[in-house]
Write a protein that binds this ligand. Structure first.
Ligand SMILES: Nc1nc2c(ncn2[C@@H]2O[C@H](COP(=O)(O)OP(=O)(O)OP(=O)(O)O)[C@@H](O)[C@H]2O)c(=O)[nH]1
Ligand SMILES: C[S@@+](CC[C@H](N)C(=O)[O-])C[C@H]1O[C@@H](n2cnc3c(N)ncnc32)[C@H](O)[C@@H]1O
Ligand code: SF4
Ligand code: SF4
Length: 341
């Protein structure tokens, strides 16, 4: 596929296209693969309010990123719906010339309450995470006993409000892989795209093991045996998910195979933590502070040049490196709940 022209590229010729911003590091779930309770317990110190970027700061930074080629903004967290007045931020981002797509990733538990106001504010799409249709397993996995019905109600409310909906399922072999086919059937029926994510070694606290990853090619074979599927071409350059369609239908699923089929060579994503640290990779050890420049009187052109320099030095390709050296690749990594996934 043709790579479009963009104002800046990194060391591996990858343009800057997406900004994924975390609006809070807090979450009401304790998914074991992301925020295990023994680390993120009652004494865990989340960011104090004054350290979070304000909506004005987030909007200003988004405007600068858009001037460098960003077209798509994804709001995430922690749980983004725990940030108060989130629709106000979406209204502000919507006003920025050049933002073509505003999406949010959420665990869905607060979505039924907020779907309508998010849509009215200008949100285009929502991706809801759901790992099982079985209450016991889901309650175990989310670490807080939340029920499946609560998330399904959120999904229904989002669809009724007119938001485009996708569903993300992290698949962990031996934990919820028995849910793959039931989830596929359910969401095929509902008409929402379900994407299966290979369990990843994000952060340093989830105790990840390679033998808990169900490789996407096995997952495809499992679904194909029950409901024949065929591959579909990517929608656009750098698409994270590989697409498959149920034979004879338009309905599809996606596979996000960051462990077994790394997609770093087309990675166009910059990530911003809730406190304003900029990361060039999901698996980075450290970020670069943008909050101080924002609060210390730097002009927009100065911040723009700073980000341009940062991106032009970028050469991250962690998942590809892991592919060739899984046991040897030990490093300090930012936690998923901090950077937003
Ligand atoms: N390793 C790795 N995983 C990623 C990256 N981007 C997304 N993921 C994983 O894929 C999951 C789904 O990402 P989404 O935010 O739904 O993907 P997206 O490409 O923004 O979604 P669409 O725009 O709807 O295609 C994330 O939660 C991560 O687990 C990436 O750059 N690297
Ligand atoms: C960090 S969460 C933030 C947004 C929101 N709280 C949610 O869960 O949708 C973003 C995404 O990362 C995924 N995720 C978290 N830990 C993961 C892991 N270890 N491997 C793969 N995906 C993971 C979640 O399933 C979710 O879809
Ligand atoms: S994956 Fe999302 S819902 Fe689960 S603990 Fe992490 S931030 Fe919270
Ligand atoms: S591992 Fe890093 S460079 Fe590779 S796709 Fe993910 S975020 Fe991008």
């Amino acid at each position: 596929m043709q790579e479009p022209t963009h104002p800046i590229v990194d060391k591996l010729q990858r343009p800057l296209r997406d900004l994924r911003m975390s609006v809070t590091d807090q979450c009401n779930f304790r998914c074991r693969y992301c925020m295990p309770e023994e680390i993120f317990g009652p004494d865990y110190k989340f960011l104090p309010k004054e350290k979070l970027l304000t909506f004005e700061e987030l909007t200003r930074i988004t405007r600068i990123f858009v001037s460098l080629g960003v077209e798509k903004v994804r709001i995430t967290g922690g749980e983004p719906l725990m940030r108060k007045e989130l629709p106000a931020l979406i209204r502000m981002i919507r006003e920025i010339d050049g933002v073509k797509d505003i999406a949010m990733t959420t665990n869905g538990s607060l979505l039924a309450k907020h779907a309508k106001s998010l849509k009215e504010a200008g949100l285009h799409r929502v991706t809801v995470s759901l790992d099982s249709l079985d209450d016991d397993r889901f309650g175990q996995m989310n670490g807080r006993g939340f029920k499946v019905s609560r998330v399904l109600e959120g999904i229904d409310a989002a669809a009724s409000a007119g938001l485009q909906v996708k569903v993300n399922m992290v698949v962990q072999k031996g934990t919820n892989d028995q849910d793959v086919v039931p989830m596929a059937k359910y969401f095929r029926e509902k008409g929402h795209i379900l994407r299966f994510i290979e369990y990843m070694d994000v952060g340093n606290s989830n105790g990840w093991r390679l033998d808990q990853v169900l490789p996407s090619h096995e997952l495809v074979a499992r679904i194909h045996r029950e409901m024949p599927i065929e591959p579909v071409k990517p929608n656009h350059y750098g698409e994270v998910a590989s697409r498959y369609r149920y034979v004879g239908e338009e309905r599809e699923i996606g596979l996000i195979s960051s462990v077994t089929q790394a997609f770093c060579s087309t990675c166009t994503r910059a990530r911003l933590s809730a406190e304003g640290q900029l990361y060039s990779c999901l698996f980075a050890s450290a970020g670069t502070d943008l909050r101080a420049p924002l609060r210390e009187g730097w002009s927009d052109p100065q911040i723009r040049e700073f980000i341009r320099d940062y991106w032009s030095q970028r050469k991250d390709r962690y998942s590809e490196e892991r592919l060739s050296n899984t046991p040897g690749l030990k490093k300090k990594k930012v936690e998923m709940s901090h950077i937003g996934g």
